[in-house]
Write a new protein. Structure first.
Length: 587
């Protein structure tokens, strides 16, 4: 009877053990679940995939995209994606069914085509693929993102899209069955191995299972026999435990381990991207602005995106400069910067000694001012220096709308001994041009003061804007022209053009104003028969050198002006400036 009971326990234990191991191995449910697009999903030139699919089912997913030929996967903030997609027909994938086997899709009717997103400035990253692409959520930064899938914008986007998540299926009885099986097996072995008296028999069970008639109290060797029996049981139990651990250790550990917490971005990308500027030049100190602190996720460009744009701008400007062809500039240069270079090429075609404008470099990015204003037009500032730049350059880039490229609109050198004000690392808020919110002067008033300072040696703003190299050079230039034109009446003006002026909050609560001024010199002869003469560079634009009635010269000045916060001991300071001749006339 004892043997039958032991055998039954061992058999039941083996059954429970196999069932438990099976639940964790060969009977385990699939480790992943894959969702596909519903049958009959309408084709569209663009497909938008929301980043909430990344961890929709409690673990990081993977996306597989298959298409016929080449296609593009672009990454952007949701509002950027919405603005770029615009009125184009598109399919949005924004969720999955309860069982995780089908994606939820919304179709939005609209225009049948769009530009290709490949390389578009609005997207933080773009990835070209052919045939198949497996995407692992390599997002550019923290926060919400969306993906845009397209071919060339005219053909339908790939529709063979699957998203695979961890299944999160559990086997709650796996480990308990394994433990129960082990206990039953040990109990069965114990019935066979242990010696002892059966209740009421007066006999002792030996290790071999045979009876011994010697009374219990008269056995001097009983303690030694007991130790032998306990060691035998221990060895048996250890052997069984070792087998069980070998079979179930990995599976049981996996069952017991807590599920990993899904990350919003790939490993390593959750921390803020490192600054491209040298130590201190882009550090973020608390703002004295009364406005709320900006959110880094609102920055219109991430660092890698800005660097890519700057590289393309620098390449475009170099091509135009080499060919002295303004048409080569148009993809990446506009407004004041385009006008200045266009006229410089024209002057140099006639005057071989005329100097070229400073090259635009992107190899060394010193600091940036990136707006958190998400509406268009968007303007950002980069301070760079590279081969061919004797001093750092302040480059202003502007994007007119979501589907446009950023273009260089202003470029000026940092003035000697000037310090470029720090912007908050999280991004710069823009300041209204007529606003005095926490700053000593409104941007418009400060620019008007700068115009007066550059025009009148003893003007009312002399004590508010200290001398620097550019102010001294401009006032000296005007004085030289007056001295060289004794027969002329000359009028000098420096006034904002109204184009591209933008002001940003600085880290200390002040403001940085970027603007273009129009510097005009108008002259008329004092008496009949008197003449005014212009230099060769102006003559190349005017079509002549002498004026008997009227002479006019037009320059564009690109300036960056720092406005201190209210209560600061700092002064209104011209940080960078340059002037370029863009027009001349004589009559």
């Amino acid at each position: 009877m004892r043997v039958k009971t032991a055998a039954a326990l061992v058999l039941l234990g083996l059954i429970a053990l196999v069932a438990g191991i099976g639940q964790l191995t060969f009977w385990a449910p699939p480790s992943t679940v894959t969702a596909t697009l519903p049958a009959g999903t309408k084709a569209a030139p663009l497909t938008v995939i929301d980043s909430k699919l990344e961890s929709l089912r409690g673990g990081q997913s993977e996306i597989s995209i298959k298409g016929d030929g080449a296609f593009v996967l672009a990454t952007g903030r949701p509002d950027d994606v919405a603005a770029w997609v615009g009125k184009t027909a598109h399919t949005t994938i924004n969720g999955g069914s309860a069982d995780g086997k089908q994606l939820t899709v919304n179709y939005t009717a609209g225009d049948p085509s769009a530009p290709s997103p490949a390389g578009a400035d609005t997207f933080a990253t773009t990835q070209n693929a052919s045939g198949t692409l497996d995407y692992h959520w390599n997002l550019p930064d923290n926060g919400n993102w969306q993906l845009v899938v397209a071919t060339d914008g005219t053909k339908p986007a790939p529709q063979n899209i699957t998203v695979t998540w961890p299944s999160n299926a559990t086997t709650p009885w796996g480990v308990p069955l394994i433990v129960l099986g082990c206990l039953l097996i040990l109990a069965g072995v114990a019935l066979i191995v242990l010696k002892g008296r059966w209740p009421g028999s007066g006999q002792r069970v030996t290790a071999s299972g045979g009876p011994n008639a010697t009374p219990r109290g008269s056995q001097p060797d009983a303690p030694a026999a007991g130790r032998v029996e306990r060691r035998a049981v221990a060895r048996s139990a250890s052997a069984v435990a070792a087998v069980v651990l070998a079979l179930t250790g990995g599976a049981a550990a996996a069952q017991a381990a807590p599920s990993p917490v899904p990350s919003a971005s790939p490993s390593g990308s959750a921390s803020p991207a490192p600054s491209a500027s040298p130590s201190g030049s882009a550090s973020a100190s608390p703002s004295a602005s009364p406005s709320a602190a900006p959110n880094a996720q609102d920055k219109v460009l991430v660092d890698e995106q800005l660097q890519r744009i700057l590289d393309q701008v620098a390449t475009t400007v170099a091509a135009g400069d080499q060919a002295k062809d303004a048409t080569k500039l148009q993809p990446r240069v506009d407004d004041s910067a385009l006008q200045a270079r266009t006229q410089n090429y024209k002057i140099r075609a006639s005057v071989s000694s005329a100097a070229a404008l400073a090259p635009v470099r992107s190899s060394r990015l010193l600091t940036t001012v990136v707006t958190v204003q998400r509406s268009w037009p968007r303007t950002v500032v980069a301070v760079t220096q590279g081969d061919g730049n004797t001093t750092p350059q302040v480059l202003t880039l502007k994007q007119n709308d979501a589907r446009s490229n950023y273009k260089l609109v202003e470029a000026s050198p940092l003035l000697p001994a000037a310090t470029f004000p720090n912007a908050l690392r999280a991004g710069a808020q823009q300041v209204g041009l007529d606003s005095k919110d926490g700053i000593a002067y409104s941007p418009n008033l400060a620019l008007a003061g700068l115009g007066d300072r550059l025009t009148n040696v003893n003007g009312s703003w002399k004590d508010n804007i200290p001398d620097n190299a550019y102010i001294k050079d401009t006032l000296g230039y005007e004085s030289d022209i007056v001295n060289a034109s004794p027969n002329g009446n000359l009028v000098f003006t420096h006034s904002p053009t109204g184009n591209d002026t933008v002001a940003y909050r600085t880290a200390d609560g002040g403001a940085l104003v970027i603007a273009a001024l129009q510097f005009t010199i108008d002259g008329t002869p004092k008496s009949a028969g008197d003449k005014l003469t212009v230099q060769d560079d102006a003559a190349a634009l005017a079509g002549g050198k002498e004026a008997t009635t009227k002479m006019s010269l037009q320059f564009l000045e690109s300036v960056a002006l720092y406005i201190p916060p209210v209560g600061s001991k700092q002064q209104l300071t011209l940080v960078s400036a340059t002037r370029n001749l863009v027009g001349a006339s004589v009559s």
